[in-house]
Ligand binder design. Sequence first.
Ligand code: COI
Length: 335
Amino acid sequence: MVDFDNLPFGKVFTDHMLICEYKDGNWGEPEILPYGPIPMTPALHALHYGQAVFEGMKAYRKVDGTVSIFRPEANFNRLNRSAERMTIPTVPKEIFMDGLVELIKLDYDWVPFGENLSLYIRPFLYASSEFIAARPSDSYVFCILLSPSGPYYSGSVKVKIEERYVRSADGGVGFAKAAGNYGAAFYPTRLAQQEGYTQIIWTDHKNHHLIEESGTMNIAVVIDGVFRTPALSERILAGITRDSILTLLNDQNFPIKEGPITVDELVTAAREKRVSEMFGMGTAAVISPISHLGFRDEVIEIPTPDNGLSALVKKSLTDIRLGKVEDTFGWMYDI
Ligand code: COI
């Protein structure tokens, strides 16, 4: 029995999943099957070489009881950008969009309603050939899972500036939602968690002077009243929540600066109490206030005001997603 009042993140799955296979140079017919195990050879290519990419997106139940997906075409485009970088054939739009809509229609009753609840959607693509030569697979599987979910982080988060390990480098796969980007982050994240942090903040690979992104989210900080976030680069995931927040703030003429934030600038501003707020932005993480910033042996407290910018932006996004206000940006895709 699923307890909809206490939904964890990503542990409950709906009754169905979509599967579509690519072989002999073509995508086949997508199929919707009961959710369950996928037969697998131990020589499955993706298991050996990590040729796999994924997406994270959400559908919401609105106050009128209907269901809409938030910006699915943005996720579709990003999935294919990731696929290209990983030498995976791109997914045709009709397979992605029509399949997604059919799947959600079938499992409509699984979409929860509530301020912090949504149907998390996990499209993914993996190399499915049965061979272990280190070259791109010949066959692939595109799959979509649906997971009614609660918040990813239960409260505010503590982040540590990482100065030893790197997530990405120029010319690498940092901009892609490649499975291995996440797997490779687990070890440094665990080290930070052993010190009491929730996540790390990645810094640049050259000399760890620039703030990049956090484990599961892009980073925003309000310094001297200006909303700051690192500009996108090939090292940073182009977050759709990040983009939506920038659009909302631009619309409200809030002062914004997208560009380099040095570690020194951030730490100095936090010490001098010129940081009024800091938060992570992501599909799973939504908007996660940051309460502590760790830098080497120092832990700096960051304000988490109830009525600050992050709360305002979160409310604006939630109101659009739940259909409480008009969606003037055309973000909601009705099912
Ligand atoms: C998402 O926000 O959808 C993500 O993909 C982060 C995830 C690793 C939980």
